[in-house]
Ligand binder design. Structure first.
Ligand code: AMP
Length: 389
């Protein structure tokens, strides 16, 4: 089997084949953007008719931990990337040894484990919420006493969209807690009374160049991202600081490709990093319609060794996720949508409540105007109006 590497400083040119582990909506959007640039794509996903397979040149139907399938992906691709971070260790090893995986395995190992991620952030000089490692009931009791209440317990691995998390308002709830699994690692965090949640996506190329997209203000509903509003309506000094933190993360963690940096903005203006994702991020979908290059194009540029594109914001925008329960509203409205709404539909066969089926990008002369369009069409689920002021 041949080792495929980008030779010297030679970029991987259009016409080459990019392999993607995962064929969900992120994979599909990477492909749609990469095809414009002239790349070919192979996807690997257990579902035959996944969003990615609908646009890929070739699709391998296999489980993510199928080593033979990983070898096939390695053989057929000049460069490999992934759309999720829980990549099996043995698969990472094959992809690193037999193929060109410019993002490497190290960042995956760091970002899929909350404790390792926090330590790496601290080493990079990036502030995080006060936390304790917890493995036993005693550590949970002493940790919560030290951090104060409320506090939140998270499994170190495997949680997403609020799953694997428990909030303790007081000591009584800690004492009554029975779900701690022996031998499992957890992170206990101080509960942050934040003013806003924001995220910043940075790209760092294999040549070491860094570009940072404008920060988005993220509103969650029932623990799933609901809206991303850009530019985030905060003081310019805070925007600048958020961009600098994302740059610091990209450089400090030796990122190649994209890193999505989720942050809490505190009432005193400080920023604490909550979570990282080493891939395109839902809160960066607005870049498809509102920036000079999208996060997906930027990822391909970063990994193939082409110069990074401009992350410049061309227009204010609000991204709204379309979940399974929103599909009927979309169907009822789409014929009459105003011209400043762009509809992205992922092409998933099955719709379920909470499943991300597509998204809207609502453009406007200002974020206020775009937010008003979202409100007028009934897409704003956030009952807490304070969160939108
Ligand atoms: P996570 O899985 O860590 O991204 O957490 C999901 C969501 O829970 C975040 O986007 C926040 O809205 C909330 N959350 C998580 N950790 C904290 C915390 N320490 N303080 C306040 N809210 C939190």
């Amino acid at each position: 089997m041949s080792m495929k590497k980008v030779e010297g400083n030679q970029p991987l040119l259009p016409g080459s084949t990019i392999g993607i582990l995962g064929g969900g909506q992120l994979g599909k959007m990477i492909i749609l953007e990469g095809k414009k640039m002239g790349y070919r794509f192979v996807t690997l996903d257990p579902a035959e008719d996944c969003p990615g397979s609908q646009v890929a040149d070739r699709h391998i139907v296999a489980d993510y931990d199928d080593l033979e399938a990983a070898r096939l992906l390695a053989e057929t691709s000049d460069l490999i990337t992934y759309e999720f971070e829980n990549v099996d260790d043995a698969v990472v090893k094959i992809l690193e040894e037999d193929a060109f995986l410019p993002q490497g395995g190290e960042l995956l190992r760091t970002t899929r484990h909350r404790l390792r991620e926090k330590r790496a952030l601290e080493e990079a000089g990036v502030p995080v919420a006060p936390y304790r490692r917890v493995q036993s009931r005693e550590e949970l009791l002493s940790g919560s006493q030290a951090l104060g209440f409320p506090c939140v317990l998270k499994t170190a691995t495997g949680g997403y969209d609020g799953k694997g998390q428990w909030v303790f308002p007081s000591k009584a709830e800690v004492e009554a807690f029975t779900e701690l699994e022996p031998g499992r690692e957890y992170v206990l965090e101080q509960w942050v009374s934040f003013a806003k949640e924001i995220s910043v996506i940075a790209a760092r190329s294999i040549r070491g160049e860094v570009a940072v997209f404008p920060p988005a203000w993220n509103i969650h509903f029932q623990q799933i991202l609901h809206q991303s509003i850009v530019p985030a309506p905060v003081k310019s000094g805070i925007l600048h600081h958020a961009e600098e933190l994302a740059r610091q993360v990209a450089e400090g963690l030796n990122v190649r490709g994209l890193i999505a940096v989720e942050m809490f903005l505190l009432h005193d203006g400080s920023l604490w990093v909550n979570e990282l994702a080493p891939r395109p991020h839902n809160s960066g979908h607005y870049t498809l319609d509102a920036c000079a290059v999208s996060q997906f194009e930027q990822q391909i540029r970063a990994l193939s060794g082409l110069p990074l594109g401009s992350p410049r914001l061309l227009t204010p925008a609000v991204m709204v996720n379309i979940l399974g329960e929103d599909v009927d509203r979309l169907r009822g409205q789409i014929r009459d949508f105003p011209p400043e709404i762009k509809v992205h539909w992922y092409g998933k066969r099955e719709s379920r409540p909470g499943r991300k089926m597509g998204h809207l990008t609502v453009l406007g002369e200002s974020t206020e105007e775009a937010m008003a369009t979202v409100d007028r069409l009934g897409w704003n689920k956030s009952a807490d109006n304070e969160k939108r002021s």
